[in-house]
Ligand binder design. Structure first.
Ligand code: ADP
Ligand code: ZN
Length: 191
């Protein structure tokens, strides 16, 4: 791989839940800080898995982030001195994120995005497909399948212990809901 030196660029870290996207984003951003570059980190307001303000991985690492509602706010919160922009849970952002990331990269900023490539129905998620198509670098990580131990590329949704249906609502009041990493063979949807 050749290093880009004369412009900004877009790099994506993607895969299913638990594959280590947040961990890898935090690792890259910490190295940026060691290099004394100026970094700003954003996440969508709705993701408050562990913390409203930080990006937190399942293994407990974290980095400070600014929660934003709409991707336009990212432009308002950075200035010409910023070298790197990190964005977690990119799949939840409005499709305007694509144009905004392109604009940032055109201005010379390194943009590092982490997000789910597909939802629990195995459908491409939000702005991720277009971001992946436009990025200079894409890393697809795998988790470990909870059923069989193979590399997992999919996210399984379980409701009260049963595979979810494709049309089950996103929010189910009173139901015990979990998400697991699973491989192609072990992933299923209830019909
Ligand atoms: P993501 O952001 O992709 O959801 P995280 O970076 O938050 O992932 O968490 C990755 C960590 O999750 C791993 O380092 C590991 O400690 C833990 N983990 C829990 N379940 C699994 C699994 N099924 N496969 C891989 N890692 C898992
Ligand atoms: Zn499996």
């Amino acid at each position: 791989m050749y290093k880009i030196t004369k412009s900004g660029w877009l790099e994506i870290i993607t895969g299913p839940m638990y594959c280590g996207k947040s961990e890898e984003l935090i690792r890259r951003l910490n190295r940026v800080k060691i290099a004394k570059q100026k970094v700003r980190v954003f996440k969508p307001v709705l993701d408050d898995r562990y913390s409203k303000k930080d990006v937190v991985s399942h293994s407990g690492n974290s980095i400070e982030a600014v929660p934003v509602d709409h991707p336009e706010e990212i432009l308002k919160r950075i200035d010409k001195t910023v070298d790197v922009v990190g964005i977690d849970e990119a799949q939840f952002f409005h499709s305007d994120l694509v144009a905004i990331c392109e604009e940032l990269a055109d201005e010379g900023i390194r943009v590092i995005l982490a997000g789910l490539d597909r939802d629990f129905r195995n459908q491409p998620f939000g702005p991720m497909p277009e971001l992946m198509a436009r990025a200079e670098y894409v890393d697809k990580l795998h988790a470990i399948c909870i059923q069989c131990g193979e590399p997992a590329s999919r996210t399984q949704r379980l409701i009260n212990g049963q595979p979810a249906r494709a049309d089950d609502p996103v929010i189910l009041v009173g139901a015990a809901e979990v998400y697991e990493a699973r491989c192609r063979s072990c992933h299923s949807l209830r019909t």
